[in-house]
Ligand binder design. Structure first.
Ligand SMILES: NC(=O)c1ccc[n+]([C@@H]2O[C@H](COP(=O)([O-])OP(=O)(O)OC[C@H]3O[C@@H](n4cnc5c(N)ncnc54)[C@H](O)[C@@H]3O)[C@@H](O)[C@H]2O)c1
Ligand SMILES: [Zn+2]
Length: 241
């Protein structure tokens, strides 16, 4: 395996996807063929889907909330906590995952670019998102106690924008790193943008890029080094954790 040397100036930018949580028992969408109970994932994870059938959307997310009970981080999550401890401000983790396993493992220099499934927000008013582990399994749509509009999971759905502050923080990190940037993608199929384009941002900065995935993803050709294997085994080895 190619060692991922993190010398004095190296800045490590990590992007994780659903694959890093697979060994914790959290299914990826693609494992299920992109379907949930016969519905395309876009139907239960998009603003249009929510407008058409909010009850269906809440059943989907309620099931996923319930499925996360007792789920714990695995060796790959822990290896990233250790890398953060070694690198300090030369480390940034960007996750597409909404399962909260990175913060649970202890990651702090971290951006949850697609939100967190254990938070709820109002679909209409600007009250702050709040922690919510409730499974609304019976399909009753919860309503906002300020404005009576339907509440929704605090997730960035297909067709929605990533928070500007998140993109700005990634940009600032990449600039600070310059050619010392080391980009590492883990467990992501490379089809959901803008995350899938981060490898190109790293290349443009003159940095090195690594990928750990169970199979070659859609954007595999754009990485310098690829490790095919389960993240729980491959990532600690690559990071020397
Ligand atoms: N855990 C979660 O929070 C969660 C679960 C499902 C989907 N999602 C999100 O939905 C979007 C698309 O979902 P998706 O499921 O296609 O995810 P994805 O696009 O991130 O693809 C998952 C990738 O992980 C790989 N993989 C599977 N098991 C692995 C392992 N043990 N080690 C390394 N790689 C492994 C697969 O080969 C696949 O390429 C993303 O934003 C994703 O993060 C999040
Ligand atoms: Zn409201």
């Amino acid at each position: 395996m190619i060692p991922l040397s993190l010398d004095g100036a190296a800045h490590l930018l990590v992007l994780t996807g659903a694959g890093i949580s697979a060994e914790s028992g959290v299914p990826t969408f693609r494992d299920a063929g992109g379907l949930w109970e016969g519905h395309a994932v876009e139907q239960v994870a998009s603003p249009d889907g929510f407008a058409i059938d909010p009850s269906l959307v809440w059943r989907f997310y309620s099931q996923r909330r319930a499925g996360l009970t007792g789920v714990t981080p695995n060796l790959a999550h822990h290896a990233l906590v250790e890398a953060e401890a070694r690198l300090g401000e030369r480390f940034l983790l960007v996750t597409q995952n909404v399962d909260g396993l990175h913060p649970l493992a202890g990651s702090r220099r971290m951006l949850e670019m697609h939100g967190n499934i254990m938070r709820t927000r109002c679909s209409a008013c600007d009250r702050a998102p709040f922690e919510d582990r409730t499974a609304y399994g019976d399909g009753v749509v919860p309503l906002c106690d300020r404005c009576s509009a339907p509440l929704r999971p605090d997730i960035v759905w297909f067709g929605e924008m990533i928070a500007r502050a998140t993109l700005a923080a990634i940009d600032a990190f990449v600039r600070a790193a310059g050619s010392h940037l080391v980009f590492l993608a883990v467990g992501t199929s490379g089809v959901v943008y803008p995350a899938a384009g981060l490898v190109d941002v790293a290349r443009a900065a003159g940095g090195r890029s690594f990928l750990v995935n169970a199979e070659p993803p859609a954007n595999a050709a754009r990485f310098d080094h690829i490790v095919i294997g389960p993240a729980g085994r491959a990532l600690p080895a690559l990071l020397g954790a």
